[in-house]
Design a protein around this ligand. Sequence first.
Ligand code: CP
Length: 337
Amino acid sequence: MSRTKTRPQPEAEATAPRTRKREKTEFVWRRKHLLSLEELSREELLHILNTAEEFSDVSKRSVKKVPALRGKVVVNLFFEDSTRTRTSFTLAAQRLSADVIEFTSSGSSVAKGESLRDTAQTIEAMGVDIIVCRHRAAGAPLDLTRCIDTCVINAGDGQHEHPTQGLLDLYTIREIKGKIEGLTVAICGDIAHSRVARSNLWGLTKLGARVILVGPKTVVPSAMRELGAEISHNLDEVLPEVDVINMLRIQRERITSQVFPSVEEYSRLFCLTSQRLSRAKRDMLVMHPGPINRGVEVAPEVADGPQSTILRQVSNGLAVRMAVLFLVNQAAASKKG
Ligand code: CP
């Protein structure tokens, strides 16, 4: 990937967010798709986080809009349910002044047997600029990039990755802790079926954190050690040494066999209760990507407590998604130019 500096496109130059706190780098973003955090370099990850930091100001203004994507069309192409990601991408695109089309498979011609490729090519033919895709099949957004020319952003593909969730988690940790390098981060729960765990693991290890994957043996694949993670099956043992814990939902929709005896048994061993929290560092952050099963992975008083960052993660998601939409559009414009 080239690191040479080129002049930004005129539109991007005129509408780029104001630089503040962090030193401006020579880095030039080149990717017109965002498919995973696995494919990103440390430099690219930091560039997205720094761009998001600049966009975070927009939501604090009385007029919460900038013209960065004026005249552009963003399509939310969602084949799976979503509350946070879909709403956040919609609002992010609107704050950048794009037109937004909402697509859901129910009520569309997918119900008549139309394929993902045919659906995407049909939507592209209407002149869209960015497709945000969520799909139950791992690799579906990558497949789209092979049959259409439009920018593609992965909004969660099966058990593979959820890159913007990983980015907003990184952003939230850095915002509160002031750094990521050197922190110990535990990711606890159903790791095997979690795209959030994979994106977090790639992002955190590239930015220098120590990552411990915690959960029952049946849902924490030992092969993930090869990706740079440590593994533990005992939450109580791990808790006192971690700076951040990311509690994951049991992905009932993706589990095909019985992976633990019962939800009650799982909660007894892995639910973050206030009793467990009392044995952790007092400034440990409690994260959760949502949706939460209260009382299963996190006790209600912990989810709503002072160490919880759950709603802050949602707020930060907006700035992160504005940054991603802005950057992929900029890269597409520079390729055309
Ligand atoms: N965290 C997350 O992806 O939530 P949604 O499924 O509601 O988008």
